[in-house]
Design a protein around this ligand. Structure first.
Ligand code: WQD
Length: 336
C-alpha cells in the first residue's frame, strides 16, 4: 500500500513538478488548489507524464468546511504544503490579504490535519526568512525572522514558527521546513513550467515574457552593487532538483522539526543569468539597467550541506540545464 500524500498548491509551478516526482516514486497523490495562480490543465500534463491523473479538489484554504470535507473523506499519510500567495511586491501593497491567505490558510490546514490524525507535513518555506544576515552564505542555524523585508517573507517566517509550536505541543507531529532559494527551469518534457496567472515578479518568468515579446525588454534592477559585475547574486535551483528535494524530505520525516536549505550553494548574477539565457537561445535578450529594487540584497546563496548530509540530497542540474528546459517549455507553449 503506497503512502497517500495531499499536495496543497499542487497545480502550481513547484507543486506540479513535485507531484510528478512523487507519482514516479510510487506515492499516491491528491491535489488541493484554488487555481488562483495555476491552471486545471496542469492535471492533464501530469497524467501525460505519469499515466496518473491525481484526484483534484478545487478548494481554498480559507474555506474551512470544504477543506474539512477533504480530510473527512481521506486518510493522508502526509501533506506537502505549497499553497500560498508569493509575490513579494504585491505583499507590500496588500499585507492583510497575504497574512490571511498564507497564515490563516495554513492554520486551517493544520487544524484539519490534527483533527484527522495526519501529523506529517513538509512546508514550502523560503530563503526570504533569513532577511539580511550580513553574510552571503546562509545556513539553517541562523536566526530568522529578523529584518525580513516584506509581508510575504513574514508569512513564511510566521508559518515556520507556528509549525515549530505545533510540533512542540504535539510530539507526534513530524515537520520539515524547506527553505527554497530561487527556483528556475521547467520539466525537460516541455509540458510543465512556470506559468503564473498573475503578473510575475521573479526574474525568470519576466525573462520568459521578454523572450516571447510580451515585454519589450528586461529591466535589470541595479548594476552598482558590491558584486563582481555589479548586479545581484542569487542561488538559482532547477525546479526538478527542488522537486526531488521533497522526496528526500518525505523520507527524512521524523518526530519534531527539521529545517533544510534547498539550493545549489552557488551564486549567479543577473547579468550571468542573461548571458546563460542568450547562450541557450542563440539570441541577445534585450535589457536595460535601471535603479535598484527596494529590499533587494546584493548577494545570497545557500549552504546546502545539511540536506546533503542528512537527506542525501544535492542539486544535480545547472543553470544551463534550466535555461535549456525553460526555452523548451516556451517552444512547447506558444500561449505562454
Ligand atoms: C532575483 C534577482 C532582482 C526581476 C524572491 C523571493 C524569494 C523567492 C524567490 C519564493 C534580483 C533581479 C528581478 C526583474 C531584475 N520566492 N531582477 N529584474 O528577489 O531573489 O527572491 O523570489 O519563494 O522568497 O524573495 O527573486 O527573481 O525577484 O529576483 O533585475 O525584472 O533578479 O533584483 O537581484 P528574489 P527575484
Amino acid at each position: 500500500m503506497s503512502e497517500k500524500i495531499l499536495v496543497t498548491g499542487g497545480t502550481g509551478y513547484i507543486g506540479s513538478h513535485t507531484v510528478v516526482e512523487l507519482i514516479q516514486q510510487g506515492y499516491e497523490v491528491e491535489i488541493l488548489d484554488n487555481l488562483f495562480n495555476s491552471k486545471i490543465t496542469v492535471l492533464d500534463k501530469i497524467e501525460k507524464l505519469t499515466g496518473v491523473k491525481p484526484k483534484f479538489y478545487k478548494v481554498d484554504m480559507l474555506d474551512m468546511p470544504a477543506m474539512e470535507k477533504v480530510f473527512a473523506e481521506n486518510t493522508y499519510d502526509a501533506v506537502i504544503h505549497f499553497a500560498g500567495l508569493k509575490a513579494v511586491g504585491e505583499s507590500v501593497e496588500q499585507p492583510l490579504r497575504y497574512y490571511e491567505n498564507n497564515v490563516t490558510g495554513t492554520i486551517n490546514l493544520l487544524k484539519c490535519m490534527k483533527e484527522h490524525g495526519t501529523k506529517k507535513i513538509i512546508f514550502s518555506s523560503s530563503a526570504t526568512v533569513y532577511g539580511d544576515q550580513g553574510v552571503e552564505e546562509l545556513n539553517e542555524e541562523m536566526t530568522t525572522g529578523v529584518g525580513v523585508t516584506n509581508p510575504y517573507g513574514w508569512t513564511k517566517a510566521m508559518i515556520e514558527q507556528i509549525m515549530k509550536d505545533v510540533a512542540l505541543a504535539d510530539p507526534e507531529f513530524e515537520v520539515v521546513l524547506l527553505r527554497y532559494f530561487n527556483p528556475v527551469g521547467a520539466h525537460p518534457s516541455g509540458l510543465l513550467g512556470e506559468d503564473p496567472n498573475d503578473k510575475p515578479n521573479n526574474l525568470m518568468p519576466i525573462v520568459m515574457k521578454v523572450a516571447t515579446g510580451e515585454i519589450p525588454e528586461l529591466s535589470v534592477f541595479g548594476d552598482d552593487y558590491d558584486t563582481p559585475d555589479g548586479t545581484c547574486i542569487r542561488d538559482y535551483i532547477h525546479v526538478i532538483d527542488l522537486a526531488k528535494g521533497h522526496i528526500a524530505a518525505i523520507r527524512g520525516l521524523k518526530p519534531g522539526v527539521e529545517i533544510y536549505n534547498l539550493g545549489s550553494g552557488k551564486g549567479t548574477s543577473v547579468l550571468e543569468m542573461i548571458a546563460a539565457f542568450d547562450k541557450a537561445s542563440g539570441k541577445k535578450l534585450p535589457y536595460k539597467i535601471v535603479g535598484r529594487r527596494a529590499g533587494d540584497l546584493a548577494a545570497m546563496w545557500a549552504n546546502p550541506g545539511k540536506a546533503e548530509r542528512e537527506l542525501g540530497w544535492k542539486t544535480e542540474l545547472t543553470i544551463d540545464d534550466a535555461m535549456r528546459d525553460t526555452l523548451n517549455y516556451l517552444d512547447s507553449h506558444s500561449d505562454v
